[in-house]
Structures are given as C-alpha cells and as structure tokens.
Design a protein around this ligand. Structure first.
Ligand code: PEP
Ligand code: MN
Length: 677
C-alpha cells in the first residue's frame, strides 16, 4: 500500500485548520483546568491545607509522562509541559488563598488624589492583575505625581489620559510630554459614578453637588435634572466625598465612586448617573525607564509627532502606517502652546518599537515629520495577538517594499544616523512662517549681533525686509568668551526682537545658551540658535531637541564636520527634525581673519546630510570688508542660506562691531547676491 502523494496547498490549509482547532481545544481545556484549580484552592482554604504538595505533584507528572509515552509522545516534552501546568496551578491557588509563599513584589505608585480616587482604583486593577502589591504616593496635582517619579520617590505614576465620554485630559498629555517619562503600561478602568450623601440625605432635598469637572462632563445629563442644585466644582472626586462627610449636611452631595462611599461612610443616593453606561477612563502608567516587552506579548506603542501645516501632511504621515499594515488605535491632537499654527498628534498603534515593521515605520516618519518622539511601547491587555499569516506567498504591495528596503545608514558608524543621507535621501526643508530653508531659494538671515535698543533693532529689521531678507537675527543672550563683555539684554531684548520681526513680517532667530532657557525662548522666537561655543553642550542640544521650533546649529569653532553632525543628532534623536547647520569659520593657524571660513564644509555636508546648510561669513571674517566676497562665495558653492551681522552704527556696537555691515553695505550685498534690484 503506497498512497504517499505530496499534500497540495489546499491540503496544507486544511491541516493547519485542524491544528488551529486542536490548539483551541487545548486552550479551552487549560482554562477548564484552571477553574478546577481554583475549586481546589477553595477546598484547601476551608480545610486549611497547604497549597503545595510536592510528592503529589511529582506523582502526577510521572503519571502524565507514562500516559504520554503510550501515545508516542516524548517524555521530556510531557515533563516540561506538565511542570509548567502544575506550577501555574500552584501559583493560581496561592494567589487565590492570598498566602503566596514568595513575598509579592511591591511597587510604589504615584497618583493624583486620595484614597478612593479613580486613579487609585485603576492602579489597583492594573497591579492586582500583575500580582504586585502597591504603596501609594498621593500627590495633590498631576505634576506632583510625575515629579515624585522623577525624584525617584515612586516607581511609576498612574495618570488618567482620556475618557470615553469627556475626551482627552489635555493637561496630562502636556505634562507627560514635558516630563520625558516613558509609557510602560495602560489600563482601561470602568468609571461608575455615584451620587453620595450623608446618611438620611435624599435627592429631592439636595441643594449643592460637589463635583470634579470631568465628572460634571460625564454626568451632565443627570446633573441637568437636578435643577434645584448648584454644581460646585471640586478638584478631586474622592476628596469631594470626604468634604461632604466633614460638612455632615443632608443638602449636599458629591459625585464619586462607590468605594469612596464606603471609605467615608456615605450613602449611595443614586448609581448609574453617567451619560453613558460605558464610561471608561484610560490611565497611563509612566516610569523613568522604558518597559521591556517580551516577544510574543501583544503590545501597543504611543508616539507624538508634529507634521507641519502643508496640505496633506497628516494624511501622508498616516499613510506610512497604512502601507506597513500597522493598526492605529488612537489619534488625538493638541495645539502646541505658543505656536498656534501647529498641532501635536498623539498616536497609539499596535506593535512595539523592537518589531521590524514598527522600526521601519518610525524611520520613515522621521524623514517626513517635523517632530517625532516615542513615548513608549508596552504590553496592552486591550489587544489580541496578530493572527499568523496564512498565505503561502504574499506579494508585497507597492510602497511596502520601500519600507522594508531601508538603506543601511551610511552615517551610523560615524555616530549619527538620523542626520545622514543614508537615512534620508531627500533634502530636508525647514519651514518657518512661509520661509523655506533648504529649498531652491537662497535664504538671507541678517540682524544685529546683539539687540541693544528698540531703535537699533527696528532699523535693522526695516533694512532686512526692504532689501529682500527673510529672517531677522538678533542676539539676546550672548555667549561671550569673557565674562566682562556685554552679555545681552536677555528676555527684554527678545521682546524687542519679536516685535521688530512682527512689525516687518520677518520670523526671528535668536541664540539660546542654557537648557533652562529653551522653553522661554521657544515661546517667543521662531528659530532657536545654538552657537559655536555651545555646539557640544549636550544638555542644551537635547533640550532644543524637545522644543517645537526649528534649530540653527552653528559649527563649533574647533569641531570637525562629523562632530557637527553628531551634535545635530542630539537634537534629532530627541524628536525635533527641523534642524539646519551653519558654517561660521574654524580655528586654524591663519590669523589674518578672525576664523577661517571652511567653504568646503558646504559641499561635504551636502553629501553627508539631508539637513540644510547655511554660511555665516561675518563671524568667519571678523572684518566687514571681507563679508561680501565670502558671502558671494558661499552662494556660489551651494549654501542654502547666508547669515550676516548688520548694525545701523557699527562703531558703537556693543558686540562684534568690526564685522557688522553698515546698513548701506548690506543693501549693496543683497543686490550683489541677486536680491531686489
Ligand atoms: C552669533 O551668531 O550671534 C554668534 C554668537 O555666533 P557664533 O556662535 O558663531 O560665534
Ligand atoms: Mn556676533
């Protein structure tokens, strides 16, 4: 008898279906077995017997091995599988009996709110499932809860981020982004709002209801029926319960959880008062270190990005996920504070950063967007594992190949990647208020080395605009080599610079010299400048990488071009992709000029990086009469832009007077470069 025909593709499908069915049966049986383990635990609890009986466990395993051998199964396999099953059963019983012989792992969790708050209830749900016991750090505000983690007083913070009825909790989004904490988990918690009063209170007698604004939004329909009641906003749901306990007044009530009623000895006057029965809040678990997600565990990744405001920008970014067949599960937008024309998009999608396709998508996105930060990958209970691909052969759709054929980055061996041509072939165009740096047109940046007075900066802005310049430069914080030199007028100067820019419709660029000032300067200036003396101030670079403003990075006066690109990488790797570079002269043995303008930097950088490159001949020359020829040379060699210092009266300038062009000289230079005329 020989009917050994090879199975065809159809048969294989059939066999796989059979295997799936068997696996489903095995899982069903394991679940049934688990239910029995719990029944045994109950019995043991009643009769107070220990949860472990090692000799019985060994007998059981021996018996299974023997039966397995009857079925021609490998004894080692049966041994391993049943040991796992028995251990799991013992663990289930121990957990049930609450007398786990191993001490439970303990975590310190920072939450906003007191005992009985939804944050605490959600944390309990999350950590109970993990078999972890919890100590709480109870903070007054969300920011305090985050700070507790940053100060290492808590392992994680658990913070509400969105609700199915009232939407995103924007304050938490903003705080989490600023905090640099990693998302390591999330939990969906069912909120069951109740109306709580003291014993004997009745709904018809109520005159006031204490209520958290989120709860007001979620129970608005119920509250609208309580016409005789005033709604008093309260910062915390559980605290509102505590408050009415203290008031001991039957005319006041609070909206909080049933647990809060129990905790504060209150009566539940009404349940099910939310507009929607399905009222869930999603909490984020955040920690200082990213989570490690084991292979095979369903995971979710949260990112934040800014896409710029050209038509279709968001769609193009989302298409990257679509092409890679990655499921988006959440998209939320937030305005960027002080930057009203831009939005930040928060996205959650299936998969983890270590997945190949996710890695490829993130790489593609960094080439496209203005800002991108991964907030974290974490196991998620909401997700189901992806089904195993069935098709014997799948033809990759157009575009998908582009994602999988990521060129290895030529720069990674040199210590930079995101800035390299290998990462992104196309030139980056840095856009700011309609000015495109890195596009086809030469961009002129000009202004005083230091903003000294209102009249001075206004006179400079006027000539920049009239002569065809695009961006106004002005130093407010001056990084002077000597502490005795003029240090700049700081924020007062920034106000003047911004006003002058507005008056003439010019975006402004100014230098920021310390990480602490990045936020303050980014609030006002359109472009952040990092100067030659700070090119390797890594904390400053990182802070600028977290800002939502383009950054002009000047080459360190003794730095190689690869070091410049590594410095840029500090900015890019924090999320900010809007970076352009500036060659401003380097130190050589030549003393005839202040620095030696390294014009070869332009073509070399253009080979190595997709980032725009501009040239500053003023600081290179140190002498106003040399500025024009060097600027013309920069234009000829392919710089995307030129930055020069100008001053209405260079003789009286408080810094860099000798190299500053007079306003008439600047007009002439602009004509020579082909502007106006
Ligand atoms: C400047 O551009 O104002 C400046 C201080 O330049 P650098 O950092 O190149 O010296
Ligand atoms: Mn200067």
């Amino acid at each position: 008898m020989n009917d050994k025909t090879e199975p065809g593709p159809g048969d294989i499908e059939q066999i796989r279906d059979d295997i799936d069915r068997i696996d489903a049966d095995i899982l069903k049986l394991l679940a049934e077995r688990k239910a029995h383990s719990i029944r045994i635990a109950k019995e043991k609890g009643i009769h107070d017997r220990p949860s472990r009986d090692q000799s019985r466990e060994e007998d059981l395993i021996s018996d299974r091995i023997a039966t397995g051998m009857d079925h021609d199964l490998d004894s080692g396999l049966v041994n391993r599988v049943w040991r796992e099953i028995v251990n799991d059963s013992v663990r289930i019983q121990q957990e049930y009996l609450g007398r786990n012989e191993r001490p439970r792992q303990a975590m310190t969790v920072a939450i906003q709110g007191i005992e009985g708050s939804y944050s605490q209830l959600a944390s309990q749900q999350y950590f109970d499932h993990k078999g972890v016991s919890v100590n709480y750090v109870r903070a007054l505000t969300f920011a305090d809860a985050i700070a507790a983690v940053q100060r290492d007083e808590a392992d994680v913070a658990v913070l509400p981020i969105e609700n199915t009825t009232s939407g995103a909790i924007s304050e938490v989004y903003d705080l989490l982004l600023d905090s640099r904490l990693h998302f390591v988990g999330d939990v969906r918690f069912r909120i069951r709002h109740c109306l709580l009063g003291i014993e004997g209170a009745s709904v018809s007698d109520l005159r006031r209801v204490y209520c958290h604004p989120q709860a007001v939004a979620q129970c608005s329909e119920f509250l609208a029926q309580l016409e005789h009641c005033e709604v008093v906003y309260f910062s915390d749901t559980a605290l509102s319960g505590k408050r009415i306990r203290e008031l001991d007044d039957p005319t006041v009530a609070a909206i909080a959880s049933e647990e809060a009623a129990r905790l504060f000895g209150l009566s539940v006057l009404e349940t099910g008062i939310a507009n929607r029965d399905e009222n869930f809040t999603r909490f984020i678990v955040a920690a200082t270190r990213p989570a490690e997600v084991p292979a095979g565990v369903p995971a979710k990744t949260s990112i934040v990005m800014a896409v710029g405001n050209h038509p279709g920008a968001l769609m193009e970014a989302l298409a990257v996920f679509h092409e890679a067949d990655i499921n988006l599960v959440m998209l939320e937008s937030r305005p960027i504070p002080d930057n009203p024309r831009e939005e930040l998009f928060y996205l959650d999608f299936d998969g983890k950063t270590s997945d190949q396709e996710v890695e490829a998508v993130l790489e593609t996105l960094t080439r496209q967007v203005r800002f991108l930060r991964v907030l974290g990958s974490y196991p998620s209970r909401d997700l189901r594992p992806k089904p195993i691909e069935r098709k014997v052969k799948k033809v990759a759709p157009e575009g998908r190949t582009a994602l999988t054929q990521m060129a290895p980055s030529v720069g990674s061996a040199k210590g930079y990647k995101l800035g390299s041509r290998g990462h992104k072939e196309q030139n980056t165009v840095v856009e700011v208020s309609g000015v495109r740096i890195g596009g086809d047109d030469l961009v002129m940046i000009a202004g005083p080395c230091a903003v000294e007075s209102w009249d001075q900066v206004m006179a400079a802005a006027k000539v920049v605009k009239e002569a065809g310049g695009s961006i106004l430069h002005g130093g407010c914080f001056k990084p002077r080599t000597s502490p005795y030199s003029f240090q700049g007028l700081g924020y007062e100067a920034l106000e003047m610079l911004v006003e002058a820019g507005k008056a003439y419709g010019l975006p402004v660029v100014t230098e920021v010299v310390s990480p602490e000032d990045v936020d303050g300067v980014a609030r006002k200036a359109d472009i952040l400048q990092i100067g030659t003396r700070n090119m390797q101030n890594f904390s400053l670079l990182s802070a600028a990488g977290r800002a939502h403003r383009p950054v002009m990075l000047k080459r360190g006066m003794s730095s190689s071009l690869d070091e410049l690109l590594q410095a840029a990488e500090y900015i890019l790797s924090e999320g900010n992709q809007q970076v352009f570079l500036c060659e401003r002269g380097i130190r050589t043995f030549e003393t005839s000029t202040r620095n030696t303008l390294d014009l070869s930097a332009v073509p070399v950088l253009r080979q190595r990086t997709h980032l725009p490159v501009i040239v500053d001949p003023s600081h290179a020359a140190g002498d106003r009469d040399l500025v024009a020829p060097l600027a013309l040379a920069a234009q000829a060699i392919g710089a995307h832009g030129i930055m020069v210092e100008i001053h209405p009266d260079p003789e009286t300038a408080l810094s860099d007077g000798p190299q500053s062009l007079r306003l008439d000289q600047f007009r002439d230079l602009m004509l020579a470069l082909g502007f106006g005329g």
